[in-house]
Write a protein that binds this ligand. Structure first.
Ligand code: PMP
Length: 313
């Protein structure tokens, strides 16, 4: 049977800043059937103009810094990023007329590097063996060598990162579930998403359980997520806020990303596959509840990953 198509009212937007947020909360058709009557939803964050959840903290960080006088014309925006935050800075920097310099591990996917260059960002490629930590150390070195030149956005330690989610993502999830959410599941990178959404939800209803998602070891393919036990801990990360941490392997995340594409028609990135795998683990333990997770980005930036390439053969 054909679905009726609801008409969305699209407001006129003045610029890309205004296109950020208010993303749809997605339901599923098949993957979640075995878990009924538990309801499972995901925030479709690739609807943001830069294509990921990171548009939210990038906007908050830049606007807060401008308001406080730390960012003004002539300053260069500097940070370390595994990709999505960089894309968000590059997009918003271009719109606002700022130059953007990003320290990024040299093994970031070619799609990401090309997108960043398309927005005109200057890229400093760091040692892939040092991962995002190597990129963070390089950004710090550059800032310390020339603090007048740069606005060092420092997403790992900047409270505007989690506040973006406290102000936008959290309230959206609360409204979209009409306050019925019982479990929130999110991958931990900078942890900004979990810290902001988690704090907001706990304030609304302390019974809501917060479940963080982690890779199962330091060498993993869950781009955007951090193995907290062995990485530089983000200053904004407060493990005490969480009720639980679940680990997901790279293989589980890949397999779930493929299932989402093939069984639901939802083509998402690897960390979204990890988030869904964890959300289903949570749902499997429940008799009823409303589980919400985050799909940070779409699958396009990961097309050169070997698990998709194998399909070509
Ligand atoms: N998934 C992807 C693809 C990301 O780029 C990020 C951001 N690093 C995350 C998940 C984690 O989000 P957060 O930094 O808010 O913890």
């Amino acid at each position: 049977m054909l679905k009726t198509i609801p008409r969305m009212r699209i407001e006129a937007a003045k610029d890309v800043f205004e296109l950020i947020g208010n993303t749809p909360l997605l339901q599923f058709r098949k993957l979640t059937t075995p878990f009924a009557p538990v309801e499972i939803y995901a925030k479709a964050e690739w609807y943001n103009p830069g294509g990921s959840v990171k548009d939210r903290p990038a906007r908050e960080i830049l606007l807060t810094a401008e308001r406080e006088g730390r960012l003004h014309p002539g300053k260069v925006i500097l940070d370390a990023t595994s990709g999505n935050m960089g894309i968000a800075y590059a997009m918003l920097g271009a719109a606002q007329g700022y130059r953007v310099t990003l320290c990024i591990p040299a093994n970031a996917s070619p799609e990401r590097l090309r997108i960043l260059r398309a927005y005109g960002a200057e890229l400093i490629l760091t040692d892939p063996l040092e991962g995002t930590d190597g990129a963070i150390l390089e950004a710090r070195r550059r800032y310390e060598a020339d603090p007048e030149r740069y606005f060092y956005a420092d997403q790992y330690n900047n409270p505007a990162n989690w506040k973006a989610h406290y102000r936008t993502t959290g309230p959206e999830i609360w409204e979209q579930t009409e306050g019925r959410i019982t479990h929130f599941v999110a991958g931990l990178g900078t942890s900004g998403t979990m810290m902001g959404v988690g704090r907001y939800l706990k304030e609304r209803n302390p019974a809501i359980r917060l479940i963080g998602v982690q890779p199962d070891g330091p060498f993993h393919g869950l781009e955007g997520l951090k193995h907290m036990a062995t990485a530089i801990q983000p200053g904004i990360y407060d493990p005490d806020l969480l009720d639980e941490i679940l680990t997901v392997s790279t293989e589980e995340a890949y397999a779930m990303a493929q299932r989402l594409a093939r069984e639901e028609g939802i083509f998402v990135g690897i960390s979204a596959g990890a988030a869904m795998a964890a959300a289903l683990k949570v749902a499997a333990r429940l008799r009823e509840g409303v589980v919400v997770t985050i799909f940070p980005d779409a699958g396009y930036k990961y097309l050169s990953e070997s698990f998709w390439l194998e399909e070509d053969r």
